[in-house]
Structure formats: C-alpha cells, structure tokens
Unconditional design. Structure first.
Lengths: 339, 483
C-alpha cells in the first residue's frame, strides 16, 4: 500500500459508441454499492453521465478545465467505442453542446490523465459496435481487435506510464470495475498486473470454465443439443467457456447467475473480436465432429483421446439429463456397507 | 429571439443536444438532436437470424431485455413458434424486472436530483429535498442502489445476468425452473415490496392502486406530512412547481401492449386521443427521414421496407434519429401512454384534466411499478416447476416477422426479413425514437419538440431547469433512439 494520499483521486467517466450497459451493470454492485466503493477507495467522481448533477454548460466548463490541466485528472474512464466515422471525421458522435467530435475530446483528455481505463469490450477493442461491416468505424482506445491500432495507438502511455487498462467484458462485471479502480487508487495496479491484452489479471487469469456448474457433463462429453438442455454446451451450442478469460462462474452475477447458470453459452465477451466469431454464436463449428475451438492450452490429440474415452464411459444419468431441461435421473446412493 | 444550444444532457441514457429559440422568457421552438450513430441495422445485415439475440440486446444497456424480447418475438413470428406457459411467465418476470428497475433508476437517479439544484435554493423544501435526492451524496441513492441490486437477483436466477442475457429465446427461456427457484422468486419479490411500501410509497401497493382519481390521490397525500415517503415528496414538489403545467406533448398516446398471458396482454394495445381509445394498426407506421441525417429519403417507409443508410450531409438533416409517425400522427409513448391506453382510472383522470405533462409522466411510472410488482407476484405463483420453459423450431429460409412490445420507456418494435436463411433487413423503432423524433416532411415537430414549447426560462439560466425537467420526464434512452 502506498503512503496516505493528501487528496481524493478525480475520476471522469465518458461514454461514446456503446450501450451504457457497463454503467448499468456497475449500478448492480453489491457489498458495497458503487458509490460506497468509490468513497472507500478515495475516488471523487468529477462527472459521470448517469449519476452526476452537472449538465450542459456546467459540464462543458468542467471539461475545459480538465483538458487544460486546471483540474487534475487522475482516472479517465471511457465506456463505449471510439467512433471515427464517417471518413475519419468522428461526426457519428459529436459531443452534445460542444460542436466537436467525441474522439477529439477523448484524445485530448487521455493526454491529461494519470490512468486511462477502457470500461467494457467496446472501449477496449471496438466490441459489438465494431461488428458486421463496422458502419461507424468504431475502435478501442488502444486496440482494434488484437492490434494496437486504436485511437491512442501502440506507443500511448498515460501520465503514470501505464498503458490503457482494458476492463473488457460485455458488459463488465461490477466488481471488475470497482476492484480495478480500487487497485489503481491504492497504487496496487502495475503493468505486470495486466495480461497481454491489457486486461486486469485479477479476473482475466481465470477461465469461465472454472466453476461451471456443467463441469460433470463436460467431463463425460454429455452435451446439450438445444436451448434449455442441461448438458455441456461446448460440443454443439457454441460455448467458449473453456477459452474465455473471466471469473464469471466463480464470482457470479446478480446474486447467483452467470451465462452458463442461465442456461446459455459463453460467447467469450472479454476477448477482442468476440463480436465476429465467423459463425453463428449459438453453434459450435466442427471439423470431422471435433470442435474447432478446443480448451485453452489443451493439445488436440489429448482432447480427442479423452473425449472418446469419456464418451464411452458416460453414465446413463448424464446422458439423459444432458438433453433434458430438468433432472430426469437422480444421482444414485451407494448402499452402506454393513460391518 | 435567441438561439441556444443545450447539452450534453446527462442522466439520460446516452448523449443528447437540444436547440432552443427563446424569447419573452419562454421557449418558442425546439429541435432535438441525437448526436450518436452506431449502425446496428447495418451490422445485422447478412447475419444468421439467431445472432440477433446476441446483437440486439447490446443496442442498449438499460433496455437490454426489452430488446431481447422484441427480437425473440420477431424470430418466433418468423418461425411460427409459441412459448410454453412457463416460458411466457419467465419472460414476463424477466422483462418486468428490467422495466421496474428502470423506473426506479429513472426516478431516484435521473429525475429527482434536478430538484436539488441551486436554482431552487430559496424554496422552503430545498434543504430537505437536497439531503434526500442530491446526485451522488443524497440519502435516497444509498438506499435505492442496494434495494435495486437485491431485486435484480431475479435476473441472476432467471436470466443468468443483466444486462445482455441470452436466456430469452424465440421459444421461451433457457433456464428451467424448479420449486426452489419459485421459492426464491417469491422471497425476492416480498423483500422488494417491503422497500416500495416503506420507502417509495409509504403505504401498501394495494392502497396506492386503489387511488382512482385526482381527488383520491390528493386526499391520500393530504393524510401525511409531505416528507412521509418519496412519492409524497414528489407530489409536494409537483404542486409547488406546477409540474402538471409543464411539458405538454402531442396528447396522442400509443401502446403496443405488453406482458402476454392466457387472456391477452396485462397492459392492452391501442391509441388514446381526445378521450377515446382506438385500435392500433401497425401497418400504418412509417418512418419519415426528411430531417434526419439519412439517405434514401423518398416516401416514408414501413419498417419492413425501411432503409438505414447514414448521410451526415443530408439536406435539412439535424439528427441521426428518424421520425416515426402513426398514420402521419406524432404520438407519445411510455408509462403514461401505456396506462392511459390500458384504462388505469387514476391515469385516465389525470390525462383528462391536464394531458401529458411532467407530473403525469412521473406519477404513471410510479403507479406502474406498483401494478407490475403485484402482477409479478402472480406470475411467480403460476409457474409450474418441472414443466418446460422452451419450445424449439428451426429458422426458415424465407420469412418475415415482427416483435412489438413495451419497454420501460414505451413502444419498441423489431421488423425482420429473412432470405436464404440470413437477415435481409432488420429495422428497429425504439421508444425514444418516437418521443424524440425530429420534424417530419410536413414540418410537424416530434413529441419532445412540442413539449418544450412554452417552457419558462429564468433570468440568466444557461440550461433552463424547466427544460431539464421536461426532457427527463420522458426518461429518454438515446442509445436506443438511434442504435
């Protein structure tokens, strides 16, 4: 822990080419709520589009003062992609009341900030906004997909010398955001704490597969075939949980949820380019019956051998339950040995 | 006459700019600008139709489930697929969870903090209201955030997470329901009811729902000191500031109807104008592009045939928002429209007396919270553990489908054309597209543009507080508006 700071850290939060869902998710933060978490971290909200009072002129003069350095900017958070179109003009998002493209404001402010944080996959890598033909020419703060050709580019460093912190996710889990901000505020986030795609390792060193309630089905390759089936969704239903970097099944969402617990596939929303998987999200592409995307770090031959072995050994319980929407066959009880 | 550009407005979802002509201390004319374009309709072109379930909720982080439900209904319509009873009940619960949470977020975090502004410092109620509702530091936010988060455990339970769930599918939901889920639902709703009754209303939901006229509402509020509950606080402010005379719109109200069940919609479909309800014909919806930054503007088109091609230099364009019209009419959508169309007695009486205005829009939203939570309790009881939640069908090679529902902010429609098994055209009209639309080819301003005319401007005000109340009374969602 660094020495006690003399003043609170100033945080400015902007939104551009996105849906606002990371903020709405953040408002679901619990133990404590987001306002309490920021207070605990010693972070003062200069402005946030959903919860601050200042509007219009009050906000524009704040923005001027921050961009000239008159007010210190410790943390700049951007939610939503940077919108560059049409034709590189940024006119697809002119910041209201300013007559200037939002991308220019973002560039100006990023140069004043101690730390620059991309909240959500759009701000990090382009995300959904960059899907399809990318009509708005959306990009991330530092990245476009996996390349560092975003608005700020490869060489960018914030004043602290840190690159952009990419809290990727669509949306972000509230605690990924609060915990990363708390780490920043307490001086406990260094470059080594980010993974090669700029994501905080606190959550990105885990896989969605960890703690998946369908693990037993996975082990025996007892697979779901249609929505609402209970089986593993890797083989047919497009699930990328074995490759996706996030702790969704150990941390849980909205109390006790996760995509897998909700009965649908992980679409790897913390990864660059997740918005264009190259096939339908709800189907697993296969070659000769073998899923193309194998679990992270697993040799293919080993996976194939294991899969055929476990398929041969699948208990009736898992085989039947995998294609049912309710438990049809209960786990057995071994009779106790009498002494 | 002076022209003023006001923005950005915060505490609306997304970015918003408004241009005002001001003279004689009143707004004389207004132009509403939606300054962000992302292009979802272009992104969806050529995709596998099922992938709409991934893309469309991400149009909006606050109406995410509403977008999912509209997309699922459009696909189901194309597939000829119906949901099993459990699926329908679960979808109702998930959608209601979002809509009620949105109303709560709007009231506490987006709308009420404006009354804590310095411009009201001399009002006798100001210090009380500031302590309660001031942005970030008020006591209300500290109370409502945990209550909202607890209530949204329903999402964790039924939809995996919020926003951006894939639990809602054309044939129902992916999360099967056992008896333990049913018990949890009833517990979560019980706790949320307690919050509403103790903090928001200061009375039972049933007592609030029994208020059937302006007189009854007035008499009810008079029984308590004005600080009795947050609803009482709002009614007091509405009286003190004449919020019933602020922000009168087109006074034509539309609702697509929502929350389906055995006996049709919980809130019915229709149009309310001049004290009469008429049948809604969705075939009469057209999107006018004459003042939008859009190409291909000839002949306003029905959304099945709609075209979305941005053109930043389009002549007379001043917003990315299109101008939807119903048979050429400007309509207002939202909780007020939904409740007046449905025939809720208190809201019918309020609209009869003073039309659409800031007070009535807020009262309708709070009243709807009570109505929907009572309905949710019923849906929770009707679930049959062990019964299926999802039906299945394949995607046809050629088909059309539409999904029309009510999101928190009003009527939301998705129109879909499938050719060769891929999306040929996907057009979306969101609630705030209706409310914040620009002028049409006849020069008729949109709902908010009409509602802003006549708004008072105080001496020296740069961002007139009355304008802010009016804008936020619609609970705008700008990211949905243009998408």
């Amino acid at each position: 822990m660094t020495e006690h700071r003399k003043r609170d850290l100033n945080l400015l939060w902007l939104q551009s080419g996105g849906c606002g869902g990371c903020t709405l998710s953040l408002l679901c933060a619990e133990s404590p709520d987001v306002l309490t978490a920021l207070e605990a971290a010693g972070i003062r909200l200069l402005w946030h589009p959903s919860i601050s009072e200042a509007s219009g002129d009050e906000f524009r003069s704040l923005l001027e003062q921050v961009s000239t350095g008159e007010i210190a900017l410790d943390i700049l958070c951007l939610e939503g992609a940077v919108v560059r179109g049409p034709g590189g003009t940024g006119r697809f998002h002119m910041l209201a009341g300013t007559g200037q493209p939002m991308m220019e404001w973002i560039g100006k402010l990023a140069r004043q900030a101690e730390y620059v944080v991309a909240v959500g996959s759009c701000a990090a890598y382009g995300g959904i906004t960059a899907g399809g033909s990318n009509p708005s020419d959306a990009c991330g703060l530092q990245y476009v997909g996996t390349g560092k050709t975003g608005l700020l580019g490869e060489a960018f460093r914030a004043r602290s010398t840190m690159p952009v912190v990419n809290i990727a996710g669509c949306p972000t889990h509230p605690n990924w955001v609060t915990e990363t901000l708390m780490q920043l505020a307490s001086g406990q986030l260094a470059e080594k704490d980010l993974d090669p795609l700029g994501r905080p390792r606190s959550y990105a060193d885990h896989l969605v597969h960890h703690g998946c309630p369908r693990n037993e089905f996975y082990e025996f390759k007892a697979s779901a075939e249609k929505p609402s089936d209970l089986g593993c969704m890797m083989e047919h239903m497009g699930c990328l949980g074995t490759q996706a970097h996030a702790d969704c099944n150990t941390r849980l969402w909205n109390g006790e949820g996760s995509c897998l617990r909700g009965g649908y596939a992980c679409i790897n929303c913390t990864a660059p380019g997740f918005e264009e998987p190259g096939h339908s999200f709800s189907e697993t592409p296969t070659i000769a019956g073998i899923p193309i995307g194998l679990p992270t770090d697993m040799p293919k031959a080993w996976f194939v051998a294991l899969a055929s072995l476990s398929k041969a050994a699948t208990p009736k319980r898992l085989k039947e339950n995998a294609v049912s929407d309710h438990i049809r066959v209960s786990p057995g009880n071994r009779p106790r040995k009498r002494s | 006459m002076s022209r003023r550009i006001v923005g950005p407005f915060n505490r609306v979802e997304g970015d918003l700019e408004v241009h005002l002509d001001i003279s004689d201390a009143r707004v004389q004319d207004a132009w509403v600008v939606s300054p962000l374009y992302r292009g979802f309709e272009q992104i969806l072109h050529g995709k596998d139709p099922r992938d709409a379930m991934v893309y469309t909720p991400r149009i909006c982080g606050i109406c995410s489930v509403s977008q999912s439900v509209a997309a699922a209904m459009a696909l189901a319509d194309a597939q000829g697929l119906a949901m099993p009873a459990n699926g329908e009940l679960a979808v109702n619960l998930i959608l209601a969870n979002e809509n009620v949470a949105d109303h709560l977020t709007h009231f506490y975090l987006f709308f009420m903090p404006d009354f804590a502004r310095g411009v009201y410092a001399d009002e006798p109620w100001h210090s009380q209201v500031t302590g309660r509702f001031r942005a970030v530091s008020g006591t209300a936010a500290r109370q409502v955030l945990p209550a909202r988060a607890d209530f949204m455990h329903l999402m964790g339970l039924l939809a995996g997470k919020w926003p951006h769930s894939l639990a809602i599918q054309p044939g129902g939901t992916t999360r099967s329901i056992e008896v333990q889920e049913q018990m949890r639902i009833s517990g979560i709703l019980f706790a949320f009811r307690r919050f509403l009754e103790s903090t928001l209303f200061g009375d039972t939901l049933e007592a609030v729902l029994a208020l059937d006229s302006f007189e009854a509402l007035h008499a009810w509020a008079a029984r308590y000191p004005w600080e009795h509950s947050d609803f009482c606080r709002f009614l007091h402010l509405a009286d003190a500031l004449n919020l019933d005379q602020l922000g009168r719109g087109s006074d034509t109200f539309m609702s697509y109807g929502v929350y389906s069940g055995r006996d049709g919609h919980l809130f019915g479909q229709g149009v309310w104008q001049a004290d009469a309800r008429s049948v809604l014909d969705p075939g009469l919806i057209r999107e006018d592009l004459s003042h939008s930054w859009m190409a291909h503007r000839k002949d306003p088109k029905h959304p099945y045939d709609g075209v979305t091609v941005p053109d930043a230099d389009a002549c007379n364009g001043y917003t990315w928002c299109k101008a939807p019209r119903l048979d050429g009419r400007v309509v207002e959508v939202g909780a007020l429209a939904r409740q007046v169309v449905d025939g809720q007695p208190l809201i019918r009486d309020l609209v009869r007396r003073s039309g659409g205005n800031v007070r009535n829009r807020v009262v309708a939203r709070l009243l709807e919270i009570a109505r929907v939570v009572v309905a949710m309790e019923g849906w929770g009881r009707e679930l049959t553990p062990g019964e299926p939640c999802c039906n299945h069908a394949s995607i046809p090679e050629e088909a059309t489908g539409c999904g029309m529902i009510e999101a928190a902010r009003g009527s939301l429609g998705h129109w879909l054309k499938i050719r060769n098994g891929r999306i040929l055209n996907y057009q979306i009209i969101a609630p705030t597209t209706w409310n914040f639309s620009p002028r049409d080819a006849r020069g008729t301003p949109g709902s908010l543009e009409q509602a802003l005319i006549g708004a008072p401007v105080r001496n020296g005000e740069k961002d007139p507080v009355a304008v802010q109340h009016i804008v936020r009374s619609f609970d705008p969602c700008m990211v949905c508006t243009v998408h």
